[in-house]
Design a protein around this ligand. Structure first.
Ligand code: URA
Length: 248
């Protein structure tokens, strides 16, 4: 019979007496604790306590059965469909009115969004708020989300596999919010939603359709921070969006 459980108990008692039991648990991996206590059962025991998502591959196929945004959000918060789940701090699902007429779709969370779990809260987000306000929309009145729900490390471009993995969340968000018009901000949002490889400069300036919902592509607010000359075309795009809504 192994002496490990006795030794472990004695060690734990000692750490607790020293007031360090939390430090012990944080610094020792589950596997190490189990190996110390019951070495023969370590493999089975670790598999039993491991979160389901890590041992059973998920697919996005069943998201269609999720009937409201809160449940879809809960599902996204535990998503492990791509490797961004290993580097993210927060899943940035999206926020705003669940019955919004306008849905804004950006590219992916940046550093500030990853830190807070909220979309478009950095400098680009502030500019987006101002642009929306200029055509009469408060941030609370619209629904804001991104193509990717997790930040690509170093803000690199999304990879096709990451877009594929996240696609079903975005599609279900559109289906549940049922916006009257979508504003697609930047190349990735416009190209992904329109399944196009055209540059944003060619896609913008016209009304498109995403599963029957009018879609207006425009430059990304972060691009406007670098190139203020694009503010005028974005203003034109927002006017077009306003006109669609007013006529609907
Ligand atoms: N850029 C995006 O595309 N989305 C955000 O949420 C923030 C910056």
């Amino acid at each position: 019979m192994s002496e490990a459980p006795e030794l472990l108990r004695a060690y734990l008692r000692q750490r607790i007496e020293l007031g360090e039991h939390e430090i012990f648990l944080e610094t020792l991996a589950a596997r190490e604790i189990i190996e110390l206590a019951i070495p023969r059962f370590a493999d089975a025991a670790v598999a039993a306590v491991r979160p389901r998502a890590l041992i059973e591959p998920q697919t996005g196929a069943d998201l269609v059965a999720i009937g409201d945004l809160a449940d879809l959000r809960d599902r996204a918060l535990g998503c492990r469909l791509c490797t961004l789940s290993e580097t993210r701090n927060h899943v940035v699902f999206g926020e705003g009115s669940s019955t919004a007429d306008v849905m804004v779709v950006g590219e992916a969370p940046g550093a500030e969004e990853d830190r807070t779990g909220r979309p478009f809260v950095g400098r680009a987000g502030k500019l987006l708020d101002t642009l929306l306000a200029s055509v009469g929309f408060s941030r609370e009145a619209v629904y804001i989300c991104n193509v990717l729900k997790c930040r690509p490390p170093g803000n690199r471009n999304p990879l096709p596999a990451e877009i594929d993995a996240c696609d079903s969340y975005l599609i279900r968000q559109v289906e549940l919010v049922e916006p009257k018009v979508i504003l697609a901000c930047g190349t990735f949002a416009a190209q992904t939603l329109l399944e196009s490889t055209e540059a944003i400069g060619r896609l913008r300036g016209a009304e498109h359709s995403y599963h029957g919902v009018p879609l207006i592509p425009t430059y990304h607010p972060a691009a406007l921070l670098r190139n203020p000359a694009w503010i005028r075309p974005v203003w034109d795009d927002l006017q077009r969006l306003r006109t669609i809504l007013d006529g609907s």
